[in-house]
Design a binder for this molecule. Structure first.
Ligand code: FES
Length: 154
């Protein structure tokens, strides 16, 4: 189920840990990157490759919020709505994402382009509102620059 590149990466990861079980976190990350989310098939592939029980792989993967348990859009928006961001307009940005792209918090746009996760604080309170799109950080957001930024992600 994994492609050859991921299998090689997983073999390399495996050498850095004392046993297969200890390598679960980074290997689940590889699975999520390859498959987009941790489906039952992804958990099975991880369990088979590391020779651990499927329940163990799933137990670890469902414990941590950074592992996705459902299909996600091609790009993940993580928008902070905590105090500083809220005061400076983050909730209006949530409304804008809803009206412009059809994305609800915790959901995916109808075209599969974006998923939206609301964050509690991403450490950019001084330059709020702030968000991540995939691994890229953006700050001082307003509707105009948010739309420009998201235009880069097709
Ligand atoms: S409150 Fe939004 S980054 Fe801290």
């Amino acid at each position: 189920m994994f492609n050859e590149t991921s299998i090689k990466e997983i073999e390399e990861i495996r050498t850095k840990y004392p046993n297969s079980r200890a390598a679960l976190l980074p290997v689940l990350y590889v699975a999520q990157r390859e498959f987009g989310w941790l489906s039952p098939e992804a958990y099975e592939a991880v369990a088979d490759l590391l020779n651990v029980p499927k329940a163990t792989a799933r137990g670890v993967g469902t414990f941590y919020a950074m592992y996705k348990q459902k299909p996600m859009g091609r790009h993940l928006i993580q928008l902070c709505t905590n105090v500083s961001c809220m005061i400076l307009g983050a909730e209006k940005l949530v409304d804008f994402l809803k009206s412009k792209y059809g994305i609800e918090p915790g959901g995916m746009s109808p075209d599969g382009r974006f998923s939206l996760v609301i964050m509690e604080c991403i450490g950019a309170c001084g330059t709020a509102p702030a968000m991540l799109v995939n691994d890229n950080f953006y700050e001082n957001l307003d509707k105009k620059n948010l739309e420009e930024i998201l235009g880069k992600y097709q």
